[in-house]
Ligand binder design. Structure first.
Ligand code: MN
Length: 356
């Protein structure tokens, strides 16, 4: 089996359990994210609330050797055939739930400085961090986005679900869209993050809840297109990470229909169709979905990137080559290269894999 080298547009860093508590003053550290482990379980606290509790045996079962160590991570990637990775946080995904302005600002700065030195610099450019931003203060988010852009970050993470009243269509976010556009920073909305609806506990819950994580990503696109954000910021690029891709042409059609058929009620008017804005500025990543490849070949939606979601259970660690061959052996090489390498490299200015 020939080794297929790919870039990955979705992966995660595992922060040290005491990243925030060991560096911040006690008054803030008390409310920062922390992981506690006893004999049986691992518990993650954010702002002194339990965000997740899981059995040690379960979480350890799918953490690859390099999950906590950049040098070992690169060995994992070499083995799997991954060259560059866009890396979202893990515990840092929950920073968006912090409600205190000072705590949010301090915790995002600590994460971003650590990510820059321990991940980006330590990997020689193969690992590209997604910065964390305050969700309490747009002013602080803009300041931190500009600071991390100066450090070399090309992407900032935002949650797919925001509290009612703070929806992404709201004008409150306008300075952040302008700052991201000006700095050339991709906004990476990762599914399953933010104020997610309660999980369904009845029968079928595992699959039902997995599907449920997809819908908020669609909602982000709806808000950014409908409110005219992408139209007003033609150089702003956004990504819905880990949510598949074939829904993009489908919701683009839905929004075109609404824009046309309900035209009398549409405000603001757009300079082009919703689908044109979406195909121009909205990017996606997927791991296993065969339909994501068809979104490119059959629906001509080209902003599709493959991702390995390392080191998560939904990811491809341990079977990356089988996955890549299964997805791409029967499609033209230029399509495979676009999805696995070129779109990513153009979007993030990232290195391409060595020629094989
Ligand atoms: Mn992911």
């Amino acid at each position: 089996m020939t080794k297929i080298w790919a870039n990955s547009a979705d992966s995660h860093v595992m922060e040290p359990a005491d990243l925030w508590t060991s560096t911040l003053p006690p008054a803030i550290a008390d409310r920062a994210p922390r992981t506690e482990r006893d004999d049986r379980t691992e518990t993650i606290y954010v702002d002194n609330r339990i965000q997740r509790r899981a059995l040690n045996a379960f979480v350890d079962s799918f953490r690859p050797p390099g999950a906590y160590d950049t040098a070992m991570r690169l060995k994992d990637l070499d083995q799997e055939g991954i060259w560059a990775q866009l890396a979202f946080p893990s515990m840092g995904l929950w920073l968006c739930l912090i409600e205190d302005r000072d705590v949010a600002r301090a915790c995002t700065e600590v994460y971003n400085d650590w990510c820059k030195s321990e991940l980006m610099d330590a990997s020689g450019g193969r690992l590209i961090g997604a910065a964390c931003l305050s969700m309490v203060s747009v002013e602080d988010a803009v300041a931190e986005l500009e600071r991390v852009a100066g450090l070399g970050f090309r992407c900032a993470f935002l949650p797919t679900t925001v509290p009612a009243g703070k929806e992404y269509a709201d004008a409150r976010w306008e300075p952040l869209w302008a700052a991201a556009e000006d700095a050339g920073v991709l906004l990476g909305f990762h599914i399953g993050t933010g104020d997610d609806a309660k999980a369904y506990r009845g029968r079928g819950g595992a699959v039902i809840n997995y599907l449920e994580t997809t819908f908020p990503g669609m909602r982000v696109v709806g808000h950014l297109v409908g409110a005219g954000v992408l139209d007003a910021h033609p150089n702003l690029k956004v990504m819905i990470a880990e949510g598949g891709a074939s829904w993009v042409p489908a919701i683009a059609d839905r929004m075109d229909e609404g824009y046309r058929q309900h035209g009398a009620f549409v405000k603001p008017k757009l300079s082009m169709l919703p689908s044109e804005l979406i195909y121009r500025q909205v990017y996606t990543s997927f791991q296993h979905d065969r339909s994501a490849v068809a979104a490119v070949t059959a629906m001509h939606y080209r902003n599709v990137m493959w991702g390995d979601d390392y080191p998560h259970l939904e990811g491809t660690y341990g079977h990356t080559q089988e996955t890549l061959h299964d997805l791409f052996d029967d499609v033209p090489a230029d399509v495979r290269e676009a999805i696995t390498i070129d779109v990513f490299s153009e979007l993030l200015g990232a290195p391409k894999p060595p020629p094989t």
